[in-house]
Design a protein around this ligand. Structure first.
Ligand SMILES: *[C@@H]1O[C@H](CO)[C@@H](O)[C@H](O)[C@H]1NC(C)=O
Ligand SMILES: *[C@@H]1O[C@H](CO)[C@@H](O)[C@H](O)[C@H]1NC(C)=O
Ligand SMILES: *[C@@H]1O[C@H](CO)[C@@H](O)[C@H](O)[C@H]1NC(C)=O
Ligand SMILES: *[C@@H]1O[C@H](CO)[C@@H](O)[C@H](O)[C@H]1NC(C)=O
Ligand SMILES: *[C@@H]1O[C@H](CO)[C@@H](O)[C@H](O)[C@H]1NC(C)=O
Ligand SMILES: *[C@@H]1O[C@H](CO)[C@@H](O)[C@H](O)[C@H]1NC(C)=O
Ligand SMILES: *[C@@H]1O[C@H](CO)[C@@H](O)[C@H](O)[C@H]1NC(C)=O
Ligand SMILES: *[C@@H]1O[C@H](CO)[C@@H](O)[C@H](O)[C@H]1NC(C)=O
Ligand SMILES: *[C@@H]1O[C@H](CO)[C@@H](O)[C@H](O)[C@H]1NC(C)=O
Ligand SMILES: *[C@@H]1O[C@H](CO)[C@@H](O)[C@H](O)[C@H]1NC(C)=O
Length: 442
């Protein structure tokens, strides 16, 4: 009697025969005696990230990078960004049990990771792993898997969940985003996105050595300009750390299915993008700079920028244009000056409140995080060199104190903004507006 194997059984056999092959290539780990060559890759165990070689459109240059598997042209990290493999194929392995090394086909090393593993001890046995956050980590199995090197410490143009942008005070080590040169060249471009750690910390977008755009200081909920962050608080946890060890910003996704990145593009625009599974595209949740008021210091000192308005710049109450002729010709860069000098006596001055603004450049500001807002007001009033103050944390009723003493630059009206700036002026400048009163009485 002839027996016929059921079809399902044959299919199952096929799958079993192929599975081991699939497993061996779908690994997230590389050991010292192994290589990754073109066509091979590491895949994070959750299947989200892949490390391998890529060639940007229409080039023969090859780079080692990490990308999202749902969108394989979304490169989030590049190893040899300034040193492409030109018309040759690359090999990645663990070099001398210490660091990662990338070679071209002739054996020339084109890139290697730094290593703080100074001496190879007997128990030194490293391995490389692409983790579920897209962090490529070289660990030493011999010492409780301590980290020797990780790609998250050397970002290119993308901030992923779990990464940090900022500075470690103890080591002086800084993590900075830098743009690609062009969409087909990952080499370091001219834009950088970097934490300014002086005064009240904020993130600055640099165009070479010029400030292009500021996010504004962290106010406990969001960066003073980026009110949009309030609208996606349900999807992410924002982590702003400012203590004796570090100043840093990062975020975590609340659901592991949320794919997101904060990305500095070649044109110098920052974007927060979130993967839309249904539409298979990246949706923009935030972008900056976006309007004329985002040009750093467009309105000079002591003035406020109003986006999408004919007269973009207006002097703060109590201030007048430094050079009226230029000002009325719409050249605002000269800024404004005080109309009536401060009295600096017990009862001479008061505060004019600018509501819903992006707080001014805080590089030279003084911060006292643990005093009350009322104490802040008293300190500012008592100190003649204090020109303005704002709470350093607007959560709840508000707390803490930021004081400005040099000039107020780059203030902007922000839609839905929660930051209020209290600007010190001579009391008569706060007086009743007789003209308005006159019209009111009519
Ligand atoms: C890995 O690449 C090196 C060249 O860098 C080669 O000498 C070695 O044989 C390769 N090892 C394997 C397992 O392919
Ligand atoms: C690249 O390599 C191929 C094959 O080795 C060769 O035919 C081609 O001329 C090379 N191109 C360049 C630009 O070197
Ligand atoms: C790397 O470590 C392995 C295992 O400990 C050892 O066999 C090998 O010789 C080491 N290689 C180098 C270059 O030190
Ligand atoms: C590894 O961790 C264990 C337990 O925490 C500790 O006892 C041991 O000393 C550690 N080993 C090394 C090499 O750091
Ligand atoms: C070595 O470098 C890694 C990655 O940069 C870092 O996380 C780790 O703390 C460093 N270890 C030591 C002992 O400095
Ligand atoms: C901060 O202070 C430095 C040195 O006094 C000055 O050059 C710079 O213009 C100041 N920046 C701002 C935004 O006031
Ligand atoms: C504020 O912090 C400083 C130093 O961290 C401390 O000396 C001071 O007592 C604190 N003030 C209050 C009111 O907690
Ligand atoms: C006044 O404020 C400045 C900084 O704005 C500070 O350097 C100075 O010590 C303060 N003076 C007093 C008396 O608190
Ligand atoms: C402003 O404050 C800083 C920090 O306290 C201080 O070093 C600087 O001298 C002050 N400048 C003026 C003009 O008061
Ligand atoms: C801001 O204030 C809130 C409420 O008082 C507090 O829970 C939070 O820790 C503060 N944030 C910072 C950065 O101090």
């Amino acid at each position: 009697m002839k027996t016929k194997l059921p079809k399902q059984f044959i299919i199952a056999l096929f799958i079993l025969a192929y599975l081991p092959v699939t497993w061996s290539t779908n690994t997230n780990t590389l050991f010292p005696n192994q290589n990754i060559t073109e066509g091979q890759s590491l895949i994070s165990s959750n299947g989200i990230f892949e490390l391998g070689f890529f060639r940007p459109d229409s080039t023969t240059d090859s780079f080692l990078g990490i990308w999202f598997r749902v969108s394989s042209d979304t490169i989030v990290w590049v190893a040899n960004r300034d040193n492409p493999l030109k018309n040759t194929s690359g090999i990645l392995n663990i070099h001398n049990n210490r660091s990662l090394a990338l070679y071209d086909s002739s054996g020339r090393m084109v890139w290697s990771s730094s290593s703080n593993a100074t001496s190879i001890t007997n128990d030194f046995s490293p391995f490389l792993q692409l983790n579920d956050l897209g962090n490529l980590i070289l660990k030493n199995q011999g010492s409780n898997n301590t980290i020797i090197w990780q790609s998250f410490d050397y970002p290119t143009n993308s901030l992923l969940a779990g990464m940090k942008l900022g500075k470690n005070w103890k080591t002086g080590f800084e993590t900075v985003l830098s743009s690609w040169k062009s969409s087909s060249d990952p080499a370091e471009g001219k834009y950088k996105y970097k934490m300014d750690t002086e005064g009240a910390p904020e993130i600055i977008l640099w165009d070479r050595d010029q400030i292009r755009f500021r996010t504004g200081m962290w106010n406990g909920l969001y960066f003073s300009e980026t009110t949009q962050m309030l609208s996606y608080r349900d999807m992410f946890t924002f982590l702003f750390v400012w203590n004796q060890d570090e100043v840093s910003y990062g975020f975590e996704a609340k659901s592991s299915s949320t794919l997101s990145r904060v990305y500095l593009n070649e044109a110098g625009i920052m974007q927060r993008l979130v993967w839309d599974q249904d539409q298979q595209t990246w949706n923009e949740f935030w972008a900056g700079p976006k309007d004329e008021c985002d040009y750093y210091a467009k309105c000079g000192a002591f003035s406020i920028c109003q986006p999408n308005s004919v007269t973009a710049c207006n002097c703060i109450r109590g201030f007048e244009p430094e050079t009226p002729t230029e000002w009325y010709m719409r050249d605002y860069s000269g800024g404004c000056k005080r109309r009536t000098p401060l009295g600096c006596t017990a009862n001479s001055d008061g505060f004019y409140v600018l509501k819903g603004v992006k707080l001014p450049d805080s590089h030279n500001a003084t911060v006292a995080a643990n005093i009350s807002v009322e104490e802040c007001r008293i300190r500012c009033l008592k100190n003649c060199s204090c020109l303005a103050y704002a709470p350093s944390n607007i959560t709840g009723k508000g707390s803490g104190c930021v004081m400005w003493n040099i000039s107020l630059v780059d203030i902007k009206h922000v839609n839905g903004g929660l930051d209020n700036l209290h600007v010190k002026v001579f009391k008569s400048e706060l007086g009743i507006n007789y003209l308005a009163l006159f019209y009111f009485l009519l």
